[in-house]
Design a protein around this ligand. Structure first.
Ligand code: LLP
Length: 421
């Protein structure tokens, strides 16, 4: 459930008509709902209420400071993968002991930054990373809390570009090597083993891969404890999918996912961490756009929007579907027609979807691309020199611009021309 509904024939974000945001901020613009973000975060809190836990929001899915602040205020931890994300989490007021550092390519400066500013744990993804972290932490006279990310070699049954838990993926350490790596970790100065980490992929719509992976995690926990390691935290990763359409095929709910975790590892007495991103932010956002032209083609009509692939790359990159709906609700019985909904960028791939059934729309009309709160604005670029799309946060009947649209001067002002030109 989200908080984007039609009221009096106009699509609203909570109590704010999207027409108002378009008039005041312009389009294209991302619009997020506070109530939806809150609700989705609380669902995970409830799903893990049976144990000590920390829900670490995957910052990569939506890293706007206002969104992080909102979730941080509710008690969220943060799952981060770069110095930039670490800085964002801290700037949003999240304390270091609620920040988990993931990612296959942590650099020495990033390790230093996290150790200086405070960190809950590093999810270590390789032996060279472990060795470097040991050197960095020792040189600073501190100890780095770590979990090793273990690759359980299960098929997450998701899009190949976002599956991470198969042995052919670059992520984690093969589970067969885990005991050796933990033994090495325990022998290294500046390293404190605190737990195990797994993340098998994103947009999972079936709980079975989780069951398989978490069974392996339980087994590994027992084996590592028998080896003498103090495994007290289990990071179960993120990845629970969301509905991208309004049919009845909704993925499992957080509460069902929480039960899978409980069944697999509930008897181990570990603190549980999870790293959901999309499930919290995805359906909490839409991309609001205006029709620039209706272009009649041969055998098909194109709806040319002012939003493009640089603003929302998911359809071009993963053939992802986002529901596209008119902001002015179609009256019942009004005829619909198929449109190819495209952006203005000079690439054929700049197509949001072909054959979308929409009521007759014309230039200036507003449409919303739903489920765009995760991996939307964060993946935007300035391709075709289109300034980064702005972001708005709605709360009840009020809204705030949480990232303004850059002016052309600001965009150009970042480049410099050497004096010899
Ligand atoms: N933890 C780790 C270690 C991850 O790599 C990811 C996502 C997450 C948590 C959060 O996963 P989520 O709960 O959001 O599914 N750009 C792609 C998704 C890439 C996901 C990368 N890792 C997309 O637009 O579908």
């Amino acid at each position: 459930m989200d908080h984007f509904n039609y009221v009096d024939g106009v699509l609203h974000a909570e109590d704010v008509p999207l027409t108002r945001i378009a008039a005041e901020v312009g389009t294209p613009v991302y619009v997020y709902s506070t109530a939806t973000l809150t609700r989705h975060f609380q669902q995970f809190q409830q799903a893990l209420a049976w144990t000590d836990h920390l829900v670490c929001f995957a910052v990569k899915s939506n890293s706007n400071l206002a969104v992080l602040k909102l979730l941080g205020n509710l008690g969220a931890g943060m799952d981060i993968v770069s110095a930039g994300e670490y800085a964002r989490a801290k700037a949003a007021g999240v304390p270091g002991d609620r920040i988990v550092f993931s990612g296959v390519g942590k650099t020495e400066p990033e390790m230093r930054m996290a150790l200086e500013g405070g960190i809950r744990q590093f999810n270590v993804e390789s032996e060279p990373e472990l060795e470097l972290l040991s050197r960095v932490a020792s040189s600073m006279g501190v100890s780095a809390p770590i979990a090793v990310r273990v690759n359980p070699d299960v098929d997450a049954k998701t899009h190949e570009k976002i599956a991470t838990g198969k042995s052919e993926n670059k992520f984690g350490i093969p589970i067969a090597r885990a005991r050796d790596v933990y033994a090495r970790a325990a022998s290294l100065p500046g390293i404190e083993v605190v737990g195990i980490d797994m993340h098998i992929g994103s947009q999972l719509t079936d709980l079975e891969p989780y069951r398989q992976a978490y069974a392996k995690m339980a087994e590994l926990t027992r084996a590592l404890r028998a080896d003498g390691h103090d495994i007290r935290r289990l990071d179960m990763g993120g990845g629970l999918g969301i509905p991208y359409t309004r049919d009845n095929n909704a993925p499992p709910l957080p509460i069902e996912y929480g039960q899978v975790i409980r069944d697999a590892v509930g008897d181990l007495g570990c603190e549980i961490e999870i790293e959901p991103g999309r499930n919290i932010s995805g359906n909490a956002g839409i991309l609001l756009s205006s029709v620039i032209y209706l272009k009649e083609g041969e055998g098909r009509d194109f709806l040319i929007l002012d939003a493009a692939m640089n603003d929302l790359i998911r359809p071009a990159m993963y053939s992802a579907h986002h529901d596209i709906v008119p902001v002015a609700e179609a009256a019942p019985g009004v005829a619909v027609a198929p449109y190819d909904v495209v952006g203005p960028v000079c690439e054929t791939g700049d197509t949001f979807e072909k054959g979308v059934q929409l009521p007759g729309l014309s230039a200036g009309d507003l449409v919303a691309l739903r489920s765009a709160g995760a991996y939307g604005a964060v993946m935007a670029s300035e391709y075709n020199s289109r300034p980064l799309v702005p972001e708005v946060l709605v709360n009840g009947d009020q809204f705030a611009v949480i990232r303004p649209r850059p002016t052309l001067e600001e965009m150009l002002g970042r480049d410099t021309i050497p004096e010899w030109l």
